[in-house]
Design a protein around this ligand. Structure first.
Ligand code: COA
Length: 263
């Protein structure tokens, strides 16, 4: 890939956006350009009412993403300045600003920042050749795109410490058993098919209910149970006043397929 080409590509398939990390020669390593292009694309898709689900995947045979571009690692400047720059540009936070379902379809290497991006998605599917790991300690750092926080919340502190402190790689079977992915497909083709089927399924659902389900679960991560239950009640009340809720009930009564508008 030449330097002029974009690091991400988007293919629209009805209400599904296939968002592809597109640096296959470098196993889709996250360079500076990807760190600015990816949030911009996510923002565009979030604002596009015709898109209801986003599927993230990696281009090429080698994998989903091999993490931060190590070739761009350079000498650090004054630490105060470095810290300020990092706080200003939490690019992976762009995933948290997406209210639509985010599906990660993972094949091959899914390492470092690649795994952290996958962790920022809602549902993770894997091909049998998928390999996962957070190898940052081997490079003298720690996961810096949310890995230390999201992985432990997802799989528990013990498994997270095992993976983060050893930097070891695990295969797709172990990832499934940990709950790091929730679906393991039989082949790469099956992964694509399954991701598409899942995306179609999610795209057909009432968008506001999708967004609130996502928000309730994600925001609840940071809440105690009492506040979480109150938050859930508020979102439920909000949804009970939507046109799509009435449409769903009418369609059930009239024995027809519902048609949701997002209102
Ligand atoms: N940053 C930049 N380039 C990367 C990269 C990364 N994180 N991961 C892979 N690449 C590049 C390689 O430099 C190589 O490019 P080249 O052909 O121009 O030399 C190409 O992708 C293929 O990788 P290669 O290492 O030759 O393949 P491999 O099968 O021998 O090993 C990995 C694959 C993923 C095990 C190995 O590339 C690796 O360990 N990558 C780094 C993973 C990592 O530590 N990520 C976290 C960063 S914080």
């Amino acid at each position: 890939m030449s330097d002029n080409q974009s690091t991400v590509s988007v293919e629209r398939d009805g209400a599904i956006a296939w968002l592809t990390l597109d640096r296959p020669d470098q196993i889709n390593a996250i360079n500076l350009r990807m760190r600015s292009e990816l949030p911009a694309v996510l923002e565009t898709l979030e604002g596009d009412d015709t898109i209801r689900v986003i599927v993230l995947r990696g281009a090429g045979d080698r994998g989903f993403c091999a993490g931060a571009d190590i070739k761009e690692f350079s000498k650090v400047g004054p630490l105060v300045e470095e810290r300020r720059l990092r706080r200003q540009s939490p690019w992976v936070g762009a995933f948290d600003r997406v209210s639509k379902p985010l599906v990660a379809a993972i094949h091959g290497f899914c390492l470092g920042g690649g795994l952290e991006m996958a962790l920022a998605c809602d549902i993770r599917l894997a091909a049998p050749d998928a390999v996962f790991g957070l190898p940052e300690v081997n490079l003298g750092v720690i996961p810096g795109y949310g890995g230390t926080q999201r992985l432990s919340r997802l799989v528990g502190m013990g498994h997270a410490q095992d993976l983060i402190m050893t930097g070891r790689r695990i295969d797709a079977g172990e990832a499934l058993s940990l709950g790091l992915v929730t679906r393991l497909e039989a082949s790469r083709d099956a992964l694509t098919e399954s991701a598409r089927g899942l995306a179609l399924n999610l795209a057909a659902k009432p968008p506001a209910a999708m967004a609130c389900a996502k928000e309730a679960v994600r925001a609840g991560w940071d809440m105690d149970i009492t506040r979480g239950l109150a938050f859930e009640r508020d979102l439920f009340t909000f949804l009970s006043a939507t046109e799509d809720r009435l449409e769903a009930a009418a369609a059930f009564r009239e024995k027809r397929a519902p048609s949701f508008t997002g209102r």
